[in-house]
Design a protein around this ligand. Sequence first.
Ligand code: HEC
Length: 222
Amino acid sequence: MKIIRVLVVAVIVGLGVIAGFIYSGLYDVSATSPHGGFTNWLMSTTMNASVQRRAKNLSVPDLDDEALQLAGINDFDTMCAACHGAPGRDPQAIGQGLNPPAPDLAESSARRTAAELFWITKSGIRMTGMPAWGASHEDEELWPVVAFMTVLPGLSAEAYQSMLAGAAGSGHHAANGDSHSHADAEIESGGHRGEDHPGQDQADNGEKPEHDHSSHSHGGDH
Ligand code: HEC
């Protein structure tokens, strides 16, 4: 009996210490303070297990389709590259301050299945900067981005740029006759950027493309 009393007191004291720490403000929530090894392990292990479990039974369309991949690169460039970077291009200002950082998607794509890439893109990752694109996009609008990510590993900066140039005006929205097109948005905002900031690939024009993109094509009318 004595042992049980000691255990109960120890648990109560332990919970008190944890609560005291939580309310004390000692924990540094700033995005500039690095996670410790244990927090990193806890977050990435929980995330990976959750993603693998949920992506397991997804049915994946045929992604080995050049038109789909071309449609996807436009959306990738407008929606993802600001945080994740692209071949030959660092993340922009918004992506540089993220903690956890947005990883290089060429490496992620080499490691993950297409179903996992799709699930993450659609659902986002809670408590990180990774948005749930499914909140504003249909599945058919996200698969092209996944199709593009499957060819991303090993794509050189030059190959990326020429593929992007070849994709101008294409995009699955445009192909469907949908005027609400990422490809259109890219052309509009690209022209706009060109006037304001010659050399639109410079990292210092940071949030602008994101902003343009959201006002042109994600204005809530999806
Ligand atoms: C606002 C910044 C931001 C944008 C924009 C963004 N992401 Fe992310 N993304 C993140 C962050 C941060 C993580 C890391 C989350 C983590 O470590 O758990 C991430 C993680 C991911 C992962 C998991 C990578 C891995 O190796 O586990 C995938 C896949 C991904 N993003 C795809 C995309 C795609 C596709 C787009 C565009 C449609 C996109 N992201 C746009 C911030 C962003």
